[in-house]
Structures are given as structure tokens and as C-alpha cells.
Design a protein around this ligand. Structure first.
Ligand code: HAM
Length: 427
């Protein structure tokens, strides 16, 4: 027999048993996002490779090692998007959405990075991202962080910690960069190969190294905060004041530099210790220089992205169950007349009660086998129509989960009775 074909490593199927959690997560996040007045933008999965090289930065892990890049049939180099910000900026510039305008946008979908797969780190993963354009003050930084705090509240999560830092303006960072390089040169013998290579090209990224041997060198390095320009410092202080006023706790982490080059001023990450090594569930910051760098008119911008696989894992780790996964009702239908009436009756119920989930037995079967299917469906109640009920316009209700007696009611009375049994106002 031929060997069966399996999925690409690091690219996961989301199976029916998991999709309810995804739908609950996505619906909750979308509700919060729209409560802030953000509008959706839908973007292609493929972009020209140049876009990512220029925006994320040539000397980053993503661009150096992780992109899915190929030549298409015309010989153009294309890349499966490793993140959403670059494409969003490209689209906004291309369609004239930025000039003299404010935009509050969101997007969702799969991203692709050829990383080493492990728990919480995949080659195809999903983000929901937010990008706000045209506002330079710390109030909009605060708004997007408030939104993240609302996500956790709406999802029932309370253990993530907000880490915050300011990377300053490019000018301030250049001064810091010189001081950092001078320090690192003094300890060059202790640097690993990656860091030595980055010493000239991207020394700030050395601070982000996960190599344990590098940690003593990193701990002794000068801190960016000592080199911040006055404008960035005031921006950061005001942001902290806004978060304080809202009661949103944060830790200032001077080592937070982020793995993408486009950031300036505010950067932040929400981190949990419940997921092992891949504990960052949300990350972002300000990128005031990117639009201009890509050839547009200078436009301040700030945003973040959530890692949905990690949020799903966190919901599970916290025992948070998705609502609304299983059918409320499973119709057990025995006999030709019952099948004919039952299919129509099921639609009448769906029309009468908005949000009611009804699964109808199809494919016949004995009462016993139909009840087995009813049980496996996860439904609260079985509604039974056999020959007897069919002849009398009745239906028998059998509770499948909560216990309680079986009862037979007239079909005209069913909606009211279901309301009592299922707490239908919650549907
Ligand atoms: P990022 O930090 O590269 O930022 O990714 C954001 C989030 O996506 C991470 O915190 C993590 O939860 C999730 N993530 C990243 N890589 C993987 C992976 N291989 N497997 C599973 N989850 C992953 C960005 O992408 C920026 N575009 C965010 C942003 C928007 N900044 C400004 N606007």
C-alpha cells in the first residue's frame, strides 16, 4: 500500500474537536476589537520578498533564516507572509489610506515562519493583529494596550504580565548602539558566533539572544534607557501615567528589544509562565519610521499581534471552556412519518429560536443507536418522535446530561418548554 501523505512539519490541522475553542476565541477577540471602532483589512498571504526584507530588517532571524521564499513562474521572488504589519502598511500606502487620515485597522490569518517547531512555536501559526496609523501621542499606545487588557478580561484570563520598554528614536538608538558596540568589543571573546556576526550589522539584537552562555555579557551591557532622547522619555512617562490611571499593571523591562527592526519608542509584550518557553501571547509597539522607510510620507503608527495557538493553549491550561460548541437538541426520529415530520419540525425550531443548535438524526438506525449518536453529539436534550408521537403531534423530551424525567409535550408547547429547560435567554 502506498505510504499516506502527512501534513508539512509545523503546520497543524485544526480538528472539529478543537474548532469550538478557536471560534470562541476569535469571536471574543472580534467583539472587543469592534468595541474600539477598529475596521478589518484583508491582506494577501503572499507578498514580494523585498517588502519583508525592507520592513522587518535584513539582519533579523525572520529574514535571515525563517522565510518561505520562492520564485514564481515569472521569476519574481515572493514570500509567504511571516507577519502582518508589512503587508498592512503596503496595502494602506498603495490605496492611499494614510495621507492626512487616521486608520484603526485589524487583520487575522495564518503567518509562516520556518522556525524549529516545538510547543507554542509552529511554521504556520495564526495571528490577529491591530495597526493604528496617523496618531503620534502616547494616548493611542495606551488605547491599544487597554484593548489587550480587555481581551484578557473578556476571555477570563488573568495571569499574563505586561512588559514595557521604549526603544527611543533612531537618533537616540544610534548613540546607544555606539556605546553597546564599544562594550561588546571589550568582551568579544565571550560572544557566540551569532552575536559576533551581529556586532556590526545589528548589535541591539544581541540583547535578545536566548543563548544561556551569553546572559552574563548581556546583563552587564549598558541600558538603552540611559540614552533615551527627551521626547521618547516624555512619551514613555505619559504612557505609563495612562496605564496607571487605568489600573493596568506593567513591568518596565529594559532588555525588551523585539525581533523586528521597524520599532521605535514604545514596545511591549504580554507574557505568561503557563506555556513554557513560548510564553509571549501578544507583542507589538510603535513603528513611526516604517511608512517613510517604505517610500511613503512620514506616518506615526502603533500595533501588536496576538498568537492564537498560544492563546488556545493558555485557555486550555486555565481550564476555560468554550461556550456554544455542542448542539442543544438531537432529534431522534423513528419511522417514515417521524422522519418526514421531524426534518421540518427541526427547521421550525431553528427559525423560532435564534441561536438554537439542532442536530437531526440522519441515516436511520434503531432507537438504541440513535440515542448513542445523540449522546456522542454532546446535545443537552434528545427530542424523540416515533410513530406514536408523529400521529399525535407530540414530542418526547429526554434529558441527556443534567438528569431529570422524560416527558411528552404537544408540539405547539415545545418552544416554551425548551425555554424553561435550556435557559434559552443565554443563547
Ligand atoms: P511577533 O512578536 O513576531 O510580532 O509576533 C507576534 C506574536 O505572534 C508572538 O507574540 C506570538 O504569540 C505569535 N508567534 C510568533 N511566531 C510564532 C510561531 N512560530 N508560532 C506560534 N506563534 C507565533 C509581529 O508579528 C508584529 N507584526 C506585531 C506587530 C503588529 N507590531 C506592530 N504591529
Amino acid at each position: 500500500m502506498a505510504k499516506t501523505i502527512q501534513a508539512v512539519r509545523g503546520m497543524n490541522d485544526i480538528l472539529p474537536g478543537e474548532s469550538a475553542a478557536w471560534q470562541f476565541l476569535e469571536a471574543t477577540l472580534r467583539r472587543v476589537i469592534s468595541s474600539y471602532g477598529y475596521r478589518e483589512i484583508r491582506l494577501p498571504l503572499l507578498e514580494k520578498t523585498e517588502l519583508f526584507k525592507r520592513s522587518i530588517g535584513e539582519v533579523t532571524d525572520i529574514v535571515e533564516k525563517e522565510m518561505y521564499t520562492f520564485d514564481d513562474r515569472n521569476g519574481d521572488s515572493l514570500t509567504l507572509r511571516p507577519e502582518g504589519t508589512a503587508g498592512c502598511v503596503r496595502a494602506c500606502m498603495e490605496h492611499g489610506l494614510l495621507h492626512n487620515q487616521i486608520q484603526r485597522l485589524w487583520y487575522a490569518g495564518p503567518m509562516f515562519r520556518h522556525e524549529r517547531p516545538q510547543k507554542g512555536r509552529y511554521r504556520q501559526f495564526h495571528q490577529i493583529g491591530i495597526e493604528a496609523f496617523g496618531m503620534e501621542g502616547p494616548d493611542i499606545d495606551a488605547e491599544v494596550i487597554f484593548m489587550t487588557a480587555q481581551f484578557w478580561r473578556a476571555l477570563g484570563l488573568d495571569d499574563a504580565v505586561l512588559q514595557l520598554n521604549s526603544l527611543g528614536t533612531p537618533g537616540a538608538r544610534a548613540g546607544y548602539r555606539d556605546a553597546l558596540v564599544a562594550y561588546l568589543r571589550g568582551r568579544e571573546a565571550e560572544l557566540d558566533d551569532d552575536s559576533r556576526r551581529r556586532l556590526d550589522s545589528n548589535p541591539l539584537r544581541i540583547l535578545d539572544s536566548k543563548n544561556p552562555d551569553m546572559q552574563p555579557v548581556i546583563a552587564g551591557a549598558p541600558q538603552l534607557s540611559e540614552y533615551l532622547d527627551a521626547d521618547s522619555r516624555a512619551h514613555f512617562d505619559e504612557l505609563c501615567g495612562l496605564l496607571d490611571a487605568a489600573g493596568i499593571a506593567y513591568e518596565v523591562n529594559p532588555r525588551l528589544v523585539r525581533g523586528l527592526d521597524y520599532y521605535s519608542k514604545t514596545v511591549f509584550e504580554w507574557v505568561t509562565d503557563k506555556l513554557g518557553a513560548q510564553g509571549t501571547i501578544c507583542a507589538g509597539g510603535r513603528y513611526d519610521g516604517l511608512v517613510e522607510y517604505l517610500g511613503g510620507r512620514g506616518t506615526p503608527a502603533v500595533g501588536f499581534a496576538l498568537g492564537l495557538e498560544r492563546l488556545i493553549a493558555l485557555l486550555e491550561a486555565c481550564g476555560i471552556e468554550p461556550q456554544g460548541a455542542n448542539p442543544h437538541l438531537y432529534l431522534v426520529l423513528s419511522g417514515d412519518m417521524a422522519v418526514r415530520q421531524g426534518m421540518v419540525f427541526a427547521d421550525e425550531l431553528r427559525n423560532a429560536v435564534s441561536g438554537l443548535r439542532v442536530q437531526c438524526n440522519c441515516g436511520g438506525g434503531s432507537f438504541k443507536s440513535q440515542f448513542k449518536r445523540a449522546d456522542r453529539s454532546g446535545a443537552e436534550l434528545a427530542l424523540v418522535i416515533g410513530d406514536e408521537e408523529a400521529g399525535r403531534d407530540e414530542v418526547t423530551i429526554k434529558p441527556l446530561r443534567a438528569g431529570g424525567e422524560q416527558e411528552t409535550v404537544a408540539r405547539q408547547a415545545i418552544v416554551q418548554r425548551l425555554g424553561e429547560l435550556l435557559a434559552l435567554e443565554q443563547i
